[in-house]
Design a protein around this ligand. Structure first.
Ligand SMILES: [Zn+2]
Length: 200
């Protein structure tokens, strides 16, 4: 697995575009120690915790935010308020945080029914056209240019601004890595309803 999106994730925090970032690690790939080393290379402090079948690595310049965020991720007694606070730390668009909060209840109900519920899959079904820019491809196999669940692939202006800005950031940081990231995202996604979306 390549580390492009992890580099970009840390870069956005190192360059003060947001105060906090998080990487979810499954099966210790990439390894926690490698990612901590990478974060330190960017001048960031880290904290981590274990949740379900994964390890989450948090990184920030601010130790207090790291502690607060870890506590909110692990012991949230008020999920709505916790998500708003965390959304602020991560600098997620408010419309997308609200969308996530509105879908929390839905998620819990679907879980009880033992259904696989994937908000990202549901959101992409709202796309009317058949083409999206490569920097909006957040689907498996691609490289993420932004790190939140968007409220709308076509309609969220803030998501588009963040994704395009991050793409430019990566391009300036390392042109070859940016080209590989972009290349990996130029795919066609088959939707559940049979339509296809091309990322261009
Ligand atoms: Zn939004």
């Amino acid at each position: 697995m390549e580390n492009y999106e992890n580099i970009l994730n840390m870069l956005t925090v190192a360059q003060d575009l947001r105060r906090l970032g998080r990487i979810e690690i499954f099966d210790n790939r990439p390894s926690l120690s490698d990612l901590i080393g990478m974060a330190e290379g960017f001048g960031l402090k880290t904290s981590h915790y274990y949740i379900n079948d994964r390890t989450d690595l948090l990184f920030s310049k601010d130790e207090e935010i790291l502690e607060k965020a870890k506590d909110l991720h692990l012991n949230a007694t008020e999920p709505v308020e916790s998500n708003r606070t965390l959304g602020g730390f991560y600098n997620y668009p408010e419309c997308c945080v609200q969308y996530f909060i509105d879908n929390l209840q839905h998620k819990l109900e679907e879980k009880k029914k033992n259904k696989n519920y994937d908000l990202m899959q549901e959101t992409i079904l709202g796309v009317k056209g058949d083409e999206l820019p490569y920097w909006l491809n957040t689907f498996p196999g691609g490289n993420k240019f932004f790190f939140h669940l968007t409220c709308s692939y076509e309609g969220c202006k803030k998501t588009r601004e963040i994704a395009e800005r991050n793409s430019e950031l990566m391009k300036k940081y390392d042109l070859a890595d940016w080209e590989r990231m972009r290349g990996g995202n130029l795919t066609t996604l088959k939707l559940e309803d049979g339509r296809e979306i091309r990322f261009v």
